[in-house]
Design a protein around this ligand. Structure first.
Ligand SMILES: [Zn+2]
Length: 684
C-alpha cells in the first residue's frame, strides 16, 4: 500500500570542524563567542545586515523541479492553511494546510515550525506562497531550475585558477614559482590547479574535489557543455599530475598554511611556496585514483595521449595505495576509487577489490539499535574495535555514496541484495529517521560514542546535526550536500520517493530554506552573506565569486557572517552542491504531466496496467510490468491524490474515491503517459 500523500519531513542542523588550522582566538573563547551570538539575539541577521529581507516563509530561493518534492517551512505553532499563487495570473493554483513539525535543534529562538507540502504543483511557472499573512519570495518550478547555478559552479573554478592564466579572478598569472620541496629544498614545478577557498592555498585533498565535482556532473549530464568542462578538468589536473611522486603516491600539498601569500612568481627568490612531500591521506589517494580514471574515460575520445597519462597516474597510485585502507572512511574512498578504475578498464581485479572493501565497510555497520531510547541503526563504526562512529566534514557522507556507486556499477553481482539492504538501512533507519526530528529535514552529521557538549543525547546515544568540535564550529553545507547525494542515489536504486524528498531538502537548506532565510551560494538566491575576506594575507583578497558555496550556516546560526566558518568558500562544498543539483535534475527529468482533457489515452503498453472494475468507492490497480516505476492518480485539475510505486507491486487501493473522471499518469522507462479514467461506472 502506498502513501496517499508524502509525509512531512522535518529539519535540522549540523556542524563541522576545521580542515584548516585557522586560529584567530583561543578555541574555547571562540566557542563561547559563537554560543553567545547564538543565544543573545532573536534576530542576529537583522543586526549584522540591515539590508536583509525576511519574508518569514522559508523556502528554496531558486525553486523546484516539476516532478520534484516541494516544501516550505513557516514559524508558527499550529497547523495553518496556505495557498500557492501563480505570479502570472495572480490566481491561487493550489491550497493545502501546513502541519506542525518536530524541531529538536536546541536553539530556543527558532521554531516551532509548520511544514507545507506542495509537491502536487507540477506546472512550470513562477509562484509565491501565501501563509499566515505572509508572502514568500517568487520561486520557479522548471525542469531547468538548477542550470543557472550549475553554470556558476563551473565558472567558479575558472575564477579560482592558479598559475599562468588571466582567466582567474585576479586577471593575472600567479604563483609561477610553485614550489620548493621541504625534504631537499629543491625546486619542483607544480604550477597550476585551483586556489581552494577565500585564500590562495592549494591543499591537495580538498582541491581534488574540483575534479570530482566537475566529472560527476559530466557523467550525469554528458551533453552539457563538455568543452568548457574538459578545459577546466585539464587545468586542475595539471597540478595533481605534477604532485605525484615516482613511488606512486600524491604528495600532501604545495601551499597550505605556510603558503597562503602572493609570491613574486620568480623561482629561487626565497618566497617559493613549500611542497609538503609526504603522502597525502589514503582518502586523498583514492580521490586521486577516482579522478584520473574518470578523466581517462571522459577525455580519451578527444585526446588519447592525455588519457594515457591519466590512466598511468591512476594505476601507479593504485599500486601504492591498495591494501592500506583501515577505517570506514578509507574503505568508502577505496570502493569509489576501485570502481572508477573498473569503469574505465573492465578489469575484474578492480571490481573484486571494490567488493572486498565493501565487505570491510559493511562489517563496521551498526545493524542493531544501540539504545531503545533512540531506535536507529545503519550508521558505521569509524574503525574496527573503536567505540565511535564515522564522521567526516568536508569529505562528506561517503559510505552510502560508495554503496550507491557499487550497486550502480555492479547491479547483478551476487552481493547486490546485501549492498542494497546496507544502503537502505543507513539511509532510512539512520539519516532519514533523524532528519524527521527537525522541521527542515536536514540529515544528521554524526553519531557519537561518547556524548559531547554539543550533541543531542537520548538515553546512551548522542547525535548531532551540527558539525564541529570544541575548537571549531563550521557551516554544514558539505555534509548536507553529500547526504543529499546519498539520498538521491539511494532513491533511484530503491525507487523510493521518501529518499528523493530527503535529497531535495538538503539542497533546499543550502538555497535558503533555513532558519536564517539565507542562501549560502554566491549569486544564487537571496540574503547571501558577504564572503570571508582573508585578513591573514596581503591584498588583493579573494573577492566574492558567483557559484562559490560557502561553509554555510552552523545549525541555525552564525556567529559572524563574514567569519570563515560561515562564509568562506571551500572546494568540496562546491563539488557536492553541483553534484547534488545534477542528480536531482536527472532524477526529475523534463516531463509533461499536464493533463489535457482532449487527449486520448496514451499508454504505450496498456497491458502493463490493469484497472480492475472498481467498487463504487474503490479503485484497484495492478502493476504487471517491471517497466513501470510509478502510477499517480490525479484530479482533473492536476492535483495528485494517490501514488503507487513499483515497490508497492500488487493490488493498490487508493480508496474513498468519488465517482467521476480522473487522470492516471504512468511513469515507465519510456517516459510518462497519461490517460483519463472514469471511476464508478466504467474504465476508458
Ligand atoms: Zn595562485
Amino acid at each position: 500500500m502506498n502513501c496517499l500523500r508524502f509525509k512531512m519531513d522535518f529539519c535540522t542542523q549540523r556542524t563541522a570542524s576545521a580542515k584548516k588550522k585557522h586560529s584567530r582566538m583561543p578555541a574555547r573563547i571562540a566557542w563561547f563567542v559563537v554560543m553567545l551570538a547564538a543565544f543573545s539575539t532573536n534576530s542576529p541577521r537583522a543586526q549584522q545586515n540591515p539590508a536583509w529581507t525576511d519574508t518569514g516563509v522559508l523556502v528554496n530561493h531558486v525553486g523546484f523541479l516539476p516532478k520534484g518534492m516541494k516544501c516550505f517551512v513557516f514559524k508558527t505553532s499550529a497547523a495553518v492553511p496556505f495557498q500557492i499563487i501563480d505570479t502570472a495570473s495572480k490566481n491561487a493554483v493550489y491550497s493545502d494546510t501546513a502541519e506542525r513539525a518536530p524541531m529538536d535543534i536546541v536553539v530556543p529562538q527558532y521554531g516551532p515550525y509548520v511544514v507545507g507540502d506542495f509537491t502536487a504543483l507540477i506546472a512550470p511557472g513562477i509562484y509565491r506562497i501565501q501563509v499566515g499573512g505572509k508572502t514568500s519570495r517568487p520561486f520557479a518550478v522548471s525542469a531547468e531550475v538548477y542550470r543557472d547555478a550549475e553554470r556558476k559552479h563551473f565558472n567558479y573554478f575558472t575564477k579560482q585558477r592558479c598559475g599562468n592564466t588571466t582567466k582567474n579572478w585576479r586577471g593575472a598569472p600567479c604563483h609561477l614559482d610553485d614550489g620548493k620541496r621541504l625534504d631537499n629544498g629543491q625546486h619542483q614545478g607544480v604550477v597550476g590547479g585551483w586556489h581552494d577557498a577565500h585564500d590562495v592555498r592549494k591543499w591537495l585533498g580538498p582541491t581534488l574535489f574540483g575534479l570530482v565535482g566537475i566529472s560527476r556532473v559530466m557523467e550525469i549530464m554528458p551533453q552539457w557543455d563538455p568543452g568548457t568542462a574538459f578545459e577546466e578538468l585539464r587545468w586542475g589536473n595539471t597540478y595533481f599530475l605534477k604532485m605525484q611522486e615516482p613511488q606512486g603516491y600524491a604528495m600532501e600539498y604545495c601551499a597550505g598554511d605556510d603558503g597562503n601569500y602572493w609570491s613574486d612568481s620568480r623561482i629561487g627568490t626565497g618566497d617559493d611556496r613549500p611542497i609538503h612531500t609526504g603522502p597525502a591521506t589514503v582518502k586523498a589517494q583514492y580521490r586521486f585514483i577516482w579522478s584520473e580514471a574518470a578523466l581517462d574515460r571522459m577525455i580519451r575520445g578527444q585526446d588519447s595521449r592525455y588519457a594515457d597519462s591519466c590512466w598511468n597516474a591512476a594505476i601507479k597510485c593504485y599500486a601504492w595505495t591498495d591494501g592500506k585502507p583501515a577505517s570506514a572512511t578509507e574503505y568508502a574512498s577505496a570502493i569509489m576509487g576501485c570502481l572508477s578504475m573498473y569503469k574505465t578498464l573492465s578489469d575484474s581485479s578492480y571490481s573484486l577489490r571494490a567488493v572486498a572493501y565493501a565487505e570491510s565497510l559493511m562489517a563496521l555497520q551498526v545493524t542493531v539499535a544501540v539504545d531503545q531510547s533512540l531506535p536507529i541503526r545503519g550508521f558505521f563504526r569509524s574503525k574496527k574495535g573503536v567505540n565511535d562512529y564515522f564522521r567526516e566534514w568536508y569529505e562528506g557522507n561517503t559510505p552510502p555514496i560508495a554503496l550507491g556507486d557499487l550497486i550502480e556499477t555492479l547491479p547483478n553481482h551476487p552481493n547486490a541484495a546485501r549492498w542494497k539492504e546496507s544502503l537502505r538501512m543507513v539511509c532510512h533507519e539512520y539519516m532519514l529517521a533523524l532528519s524527521k526530528r527537525n522541521a527542515f529535514s536536514i540529515a544528521p552529521y554524526a553519531i557519537y560514542g561518547v556524548p559531547t557538549s554539543w550533541s543531542i543525547q537520548i538515553g546512551q546515544s548522542a547525535y548531532s546535526y551540527r558539525y564541529g568540535d570544541e575548537n571549531n564550529v563550521l557551516g554544514m553545507n558539505s555534509p548536507l550536500a553529500s547526504s543529499g547525494i546519498a539520498f538521491a542515489k539511494a532513491a533511484a536504486i530503491l525507487n523510493d520517493t521518501a529518499l528523493l524528498r530527503a535529497a531535495q531538502r538538503q539542497l533546499d537548506w543550502i538555497f535558503g530554506a533555513n532558519p536564517l532565510d539565507a542562501s549560502t551560494v554566491t549569486g544564487v538566491g537571496y540574503n547571501v552573506p558577504d564572503g570571508h575576506h582573508n585578513g591573514n594575507m596581503a591584498a588583493p583578497n579573494t573577492p566574492d565569486i558567483d557559484g562559490g558555496v560557502m561553509n554555510g550556516i552552523m545549525c541555525c546560526f552564525w556567529a559572524d557572517q563574514m567569519n570563515w566558518q560561515s562564509s568562506e568558500y571551500w572546494t568540496p562544498h562546491v563539488a557536492h552542491a553541483m553534484w547534488l543539483e545534477a542528480l536531482l535534475s536527472k532524477t526529475e527529468s523534463p516531463v509533461s504531466l499536464q493533463p489535457s482533457v482532449d487527449s486520448r489515452p496514451k499508454f504505450s503498453r496498456v497491458s502493463e496496467l490493469i484497472v480492475d472494475k472498481p467498487g463504487m468507492n474503490e479503485l484497484v490497480i495492478r502493476l504487471t510490468s517491471d517497466g513501470i516505476r510509478s502510477v499517480t492518480l490525479y484530479t482533473m485539475q492536476g492535483r495528485p491524490i494517490a501514488r503507487c510505486n513499483a515497490a508497492d507491486r500488487g493490488i493498490w487501493k487508493p480508496g474513498n474515491l468519488k465517482p467521476g473522471w480522473y487522470l492516471l499518469a504512468c511513469a515507465s522507462s519510456a517516459g510518462i503517459s497519461t490517460r483519463k479514467l472514469l471511476v464508478g461506472c466504467q474504465v476508458k
